[in-house]
Design a protein around this ligand. Sequence first.
Ligand code: ADP
Ligand code: DP6
Ligand code: CO
Length: 332
Amino acid sequence: MSITKQAVIQAQLPAKLAPQDAAEAFAPSNIALCKYWGKRDAELNLPINNSLSVSLGHLGTRTRLESAPDGTDRVYLNGVEQAQDQPFAAKLLAFVELFRAGRALPVHVHTENNIPTAAGLASSASGFAALTLALDRWLQLGLAPEVLSAFARMGSGSACRSLFEGFVEWRDGIHDDGMDSHGVPIPARWPGLQIGLVKVATGEKAVGSRAGMQRTIETAHLYQSWPLQAAADLEKLHQAIASRDFALLGQTAEQNALSMHATMIASWPPLLYWQPESVAAMQRVWQLREAGLAVYFTMDAGPNLKLLFEVQDRPAVEAAFPGLEVVAPFGD
Ligand code: ADP
Ligand code: DP6
Ligand code: CO
């Protein structure tokens, strides 16, 4: 039995908490180029493999916390109050409780996602990163970004990478309390790098990332090869970033995503997050590449594609994918 989340968090907090009237924070969503898929510790969300992502700039979550004058907890998502017996508010308040640890500090939570929620566009990443940052401000904790990143990881693994802008590596770590398993910003920029969101379906997925990776580990023999794939891809991505080798970046990210999806498909019951439109979009990417355009894709646990390309190819990519939402994480 591992050490509990609450014990890990309380070990870093002062004995007396001093909440402000209100505090708020924004955190970007992030897209992994080498995916996190599989936990070695489900209580602390410690990963089996290292992962590497790029943060999505203005796309993400803004969360505001208010000391509740009416003495009761309330949770609002995009302006709509969420019932406390439903998973969204229950999960969010359980995370807040790791900090309060029984102290009477009722709170109103207003959280706004400018990306679809639970659709494979990493809302859990920006959601728990913004909540962790807002808790740090509300309770005036003044904790270091690495500590906040490790805390956010306990809300959702991918959230530890959303504490930072740009390229971020999440290291697996070796400590029992997981405090060395957090995001580490990679000090390299890539002006002109573009990410295009192909929104095939933005409804809530039937199987969340958490249950999906658990099922894969438990039932897919193919999963055994995943840590090797991830380790090799991580090396290639570091090399691609250091030498600004876009073909290497794109190829590695696309193969990594498809390898992860292969392990999902090999699970039982099978996990296929793709829709026919997802496959059509992949084929369109491959056709564009055959025609000489440097465009690649990655996909998370959902039907949507994220295209990777560089700014000079933006008009051609937009022509092939009308209505594409484009983010430039390092500016144009
Ligand atoms: P996604 O691909 O969007 O990350 P997941 O299945 O990983 O999908 O996670 C979705 C879950 O993330 C939601 O059910 C909810 O528990 C949590 N989440 C999403 N947005 C927020 C938010 N703004 N604040 C807190 N938690 C959030
Ligand atoms: C496919 O971080 O959403 O997007 O830790 O259980 O909350 P939990 O899962 P989550 O998993 C993300 C999986 C992924 C790959 C990635 O973002 O690295
Ligand atoms: Co998620």
